[in-house]
Structure formats: structure tokens, C-alpha cells
Design a protein around this ligand. Structure first.
Ligand code: ASP
Length: 323
């Protein structure tokens, strides 16, 4: 069987870093160590390699995410691609994965991967994860599944995945749903299929959306400041099924009166936020006041979804339907 054509895009992160022998700090390399793995990867696919950036992932913003989307478009127009693999720092990997999930609609797999240990550390997991990501990107079973994340022998959907551990190689989990596939030495086994995919057309990201976590005793001032700073939207990680303290409810009303969209998710990582309680600050009262509930995604992804929605080409968008 002929080898598949895989576009491999590097963006930086621990997977491209090394640990300094003198200080013990994990630092960026002048030369990405992954680029020296050409022969290893050539056993699995024809690799078209692009070094898009060499950034730690806390430096990645929606601007870089959009540049990645454009990089995939350009290469898909030039080559007969069978799949895309992106190496990325793990801290914000889920956000880039979800951004690409919402803004691309290819049938071929787009797979993100990273590492928890840098290239010269004991038990480095970078090249292992990269090979697995290339194997998944080549696999016909992985087609039409949206953007995927491959780490530690598992395949996850961008929609569900989140970083759960600061340091474990097992950090990426899909709470509530689990992985959609697993990888063994001999095979890629995809055992679930996403039920829906959403596509949004964006050309630039100009609007700004803030994300705040709600806590017991939270006061109104932080939320009111979001309006004063001219943000275009706010996402709140609310309590339980989607509730907030009374002071927060009042400040949300101020924002809604200024026509600023307010989206609510739960700070619980399992379950779905919905309007149930009718007391002051209860989810049902918030919903009646115009707060939008985001189903099944965490705060950082809801923020990106609102940002993309506010920047989409076909505005005005019915945000309630969109969420
Ligand atoms: N801080 C690193 C980053 O996201 C962590 C990693 O890559 O695993 O760039």
C-alpha cells in the first residue's frame, strides 16, 4: 500500500524543548529536536514538514490558531493531503484543537499531540506520541471525526478533551465521555463517533471575550469591570448546574442591559449546565434574563466558541442557536 501524505506542523511546547543540565529548567531549543526524526517518521508516511512557530503554548493566542487554520488551508490546496499532525505545548493544546475543530471542515484527520517530558528527559514521551499521532492521521477510521488529540495511547475528540494533571503523561482526559479510540502496537482502534460537528467561517479575530470563574461570595465589581474594559462578551464558569451568587446576578444584568452576551458553563467538569433553579442567581432566572448556557464544553472552550461566533463572517449570529 502506498504511503499517505501527512502535513506535519510544529508550533513548539515541551515536545520541542530540552532540559538544561546546568539549571534544570526546561527551555526552547534553537533546533527543534523533532526535525531530526525524519527517518523515524518516514517509515509511516510521506511527511511535509512545516515549522510554523516555536512557542511555549502559554504564548499561543487566537492569532496563531487562525494562522494554523490558514496553513492547513494553503497546504490542502497544494497537496493531496491524507491527514495533518500538529505538535503543540500541552497547556493550551485543548484550545487550539477546539479552535481548529470549529473552523475547519476537512474529511481527513487533523491530530494534535504534545509531550509532558522534554526531549532529553528520562522517559521522554514526545517522539512516541508523535509517531502515534502520525499513525492515527494515516488511518482511514480516523477520518470524519473532527479534530483529534493523540497522547499516551489514546485518541480523544477536541470537543471533550482537557488537561487534567500538571505533570502526568496521562494528563489528557475526556471527562464524562472518555476517549474515542485507543492505539496498540498493531492497530488504531476507533470505537466511538462524534454525533455532531459544527463549522464556523472566520477570517479574522478582532473581538474580545473574557472568562471568569465564579466562587462563593463573589462580588459584582470584577464582572462590571469587564463591561468598562470594552470586552465584547463574557463567559462565566458558574456553580453546580449553572448558578451564581446574588451580587453576580445583578452585575450580569448590567452587562446584558449593555447588550453584552453572557455565556454560562459549570465549573464542574462532569454534567451539563442548564437553567434549573428559580432563586436569585439560580440558572433558570439567569436563563430568563438572557444568559446563554453552553452545553458540554468547559470554560476555555466556551470562551473560544463565543469569540469565534462574534467574529464569524455571517453576522449577526443568533448566539442562542449557535450554542
Ligand atoms: N508549558 C508547556 C507548554 O504548553 C507544557 C507542555 O508543552 O507540555 O508549552
Amino acid at each position: 500500500m502506498s504511503k499517505k501524505n501527512i502535513l506535519l506542523i510544529h508550533t513548539g511546547g515541551t515536545i520541542s524543548m530540552k532540559m538544561s543540565a546546568e539549571t534544570g529548567a526546561v527551555i526552547q531549543n534553537e533546533q527543534n529536536p523533532l526535525v531530526q526524526e525524519k527517518d523515524t517518521l518516514a517509515k509511516f508516511a510521506n511527511i511535509i514538514e512545516v515549522e510554523a512557530f516555536n512557542l511555549p503554548s502559554p504564548h499561543i493566542t487566537p492569532t496563531e490558531m487562525l494562522a494554523l487554520r490558514n496553513c492547513i488551508h494553503e497546504h490542502a490546496n497544494k497537496f493531496a493531503l491524507d491527514g495533518v499532525v500538529i505538535t503543540h505545548g500541552t497547556d493550551t493544546l485543548e484550545e487550539t484543537a477546539y479552535f481548529l475543530d470549529l473552523t475547519t471542515r476537512y474529511n481527513f484527520p487533523i491530530v494534535l499531540t504534545g509531550a509532558m517530558r522534554s526531549s532529553n528527559e528520562l522517559g521522554a514521551d514526545g517522539i512516541y506520541n508523535l509517531v502515534e499521532a502520525v499513525r492515527v492521521a494515516c488511518d482511514s477510521e480516523a477520518r470524519e471525526k473532527g479534530v483529534l488529540v493523540v497522547m499516551n495511547d489514546e485518541v480523544h475528540q477536541a470537543f471533550n478533551i482537557t488537561k487534567t494533571s500538571t505533570s502526568s503523561v496521562n494528563t489528557f482526559q475526556s471527562p464524562q465521555y472518555g476517549p474515542i479510540g485507543l492505539i496498540t502496537k498493531k492497530m488504531v482502534h476507533i470505537h466511538h463517533k462524534p454525533v455532531r460537528r459544527q463549522y464556523v467561517e472566520v477570517e479574522k479575530i478582532e473581538k474580545r471575550v473574557a472568562l471568569l470563574k465564579v466562587y462563593a461570595g463573589m462580588e459584582a465589581d470584577l464582572i462590571e469591570t469587564v463591561a468598562e474594559l470594552n470586552y465584547d462578551g463574557l463567559v462565566l464558569e458558574g456553580l453546580g448546574q449553572g448558578n451564581v451568587p446574588p451580587a453576580v446576578a445583578k452585575s450580569i444584568a448590567t452587562l446584558l442591559d449593555k447588550n453584552m452576551p453572557v455565556v454560562l458553563v459549570s465549573r464542574c467538569f462532569n454534567g451539563i449546565a442548564e437553567g434549573v433553579y428559580g432563586y436569585e442567581g439560580g440558572g433558570k432566572s439567569l436563563e430568563e434574563r438572557g444568559v446563554i448556557f453552553a452545553t458540554g464544553i468547559n470554560g476555555q472552550k466556551a470562551r473560544l466558541k463565543l469569540l469565534i461566533g462574534l467574529n464569524q463572517i455571517q453576522t449577526p449570529v443568533n448566539l442562542k442557536e449557535y450554542f
